[in-house]
Design a protein around this ligand. Structure first.
Ligand code: SF4
Length: 358
């Protein structure tokens, strides 16, 4: 298929919907060269977000103990992954961690709680914590707490919550292969409830769970239909003990194509590289900053990620800049960032000239 990248950029910068055939071709057609594709997606990103990258920090405020059966999740009732399980963290811990995130230049503090959804009582408690974070810390907030209705979403909105995260994760057709304890429609209903309550929406997907190109494109167009302004794209992190462990579908180039496709279909959205960035994009992480404009720092739910310093370095080296009030000054040009392996063999002793014997 011939690709007129100028035309694609023009469509993405207008209010027209990006044609579905082009979106599918980005994933499936090897004749669409990766570098011009990334450059074109980058043009769209620059038009809406310049060179800024928003940093998000997840706080896993409750881990494990979930009655749902999402096959990709180490916290589900059917996972055998040896994760640390704990009930909701204390109010003071959650607030202190918000202070720490802000001090590190994090733009948005994302609280994630395992479970099907909060009770009315839990919703009130979360609202109380959010109210304190907004007044005492003053940072953008996002909450991911499972399924909820409009009444609950309104309580959270009135407390000052900025965004509610609820990922679609995969297409409607593929959802029954991933989870049986709730439906795709349940997820859509939560997004509708949040929107009606006036909350900003955050919703994305997990790639690498055995889905087809069509499934991925379906998610991108669903999010376009709901005009979701924040879209995290996660790449399945294989966690031993989870039913969906390793579908062997992802390569760094495929991940990059998925991110570019999302940028063309949702040109104005904050597209975030979510979990799995380090392991799946590997050496192409810097290129992924062209289609996307947002990242997580310091890890995900059950797994570690790159440190804040590594992420700053990545952004700086690629010629982008961290969004928001970055109070820390980091010298990213210093040679202290040039790290060699500690292994002394790296100096290759065979080439070392020995001193002559006496
Ligand atoms: S994704 Fe959420 S709802 Fe599903 S098992 Fe994990 S914690 Fe539970």
């Amino acid at each position: 298929m011939g690709s007129d990248f100028n035309e694609w950029v023009k469509i993405a910068l207008s209010d027209e919907t990006f044609p579905r055939t082009f979106a599918l071709a980005i994933l499936a057609d090897p004749d669409i060269d990766l570098l011009p594709l990334v450059t074109a997606a980058g043009e769209v990103r620059m038009a809406y977000f310049g060179r800024q990258v928003m940093l998000h920090r997840i706080n896993d405020i409750q881990n494990g103990l979930c009655p749902e059966d999402c096959g990709y999740c180490a916290q589900s009732k059917i996972s055998e992954a040896p994760i640390k399980k704990y009930p909701l963290k204390s109010e003071e811990d959650i607030i202190q961690e918000a202070h720490a995130a802000k001090a590190k230049g994090v733009y948005r503090y994302c609280m994630v709680s395992s479970g099907r959804g909060p009770t009315a009582e839990r919703t009130q408690h979360l609202a109380h914590i959010i109210r304190r974070i907004k007044t005492e810390v003053g940072i953008q907030t996002c909450l991911s707490a499972g399924l909820m209705d409009q009444e609950q979403a309104t309580v959270l909105k009135e407390a000052g919550l900025d965004r509610l995260n609820h990922n679609l994760n995969t297409s409607e057709a593929h959802t029954p292969d991933i989870v049986t304890t709730h439906t795709f429609q349940d997820r859509i209903n939560t997004l509708k409830a949040a929107r009606s309550a006036g909350l900003d929406l955050c919703s994305g997907m997990i790639a690498g769970m055995g889905e087809t190109d069509q499934d991925i494109v379906d998610v991108a167009y669903h999010l376009h239909e709901y005009q979701v302004p924040s879209i995290p794209i996660n790449f399945l992190i294989p966690i031993s003990g989870n039913p969906i462990y390793d579908c062997n579908q992802l390569t760094p180039q495929r991940c990059l194509r998925i991110l570019c496709m999302f940028r063309f279909v949702n040109p104005k959205a904050e597209i975030r590289i979510g979990g799995g960035r380090e392991g799946h994009l590997r050496g192409l992480q810097a290129l992924a900053l062209y289609p996307t404009n947002s990242l997580f720092v310091e890890g995900y739910l059950a797994t570690r990620g790159h440190s804040l310093d590594q992420v700053y370095q990545l952004i700086h080296d690629a010629g982008f800049e961290v969004a928001g009030d970055v109070s820390l000054s980091r010298d990213l040009t210093s040679t202290s960032h040039f790290q060699l392996d500690d292994n002394p063999d790296i100096l290759n002793p065979q080439t070392t000239i020995s001193s002559p014997s006496p």
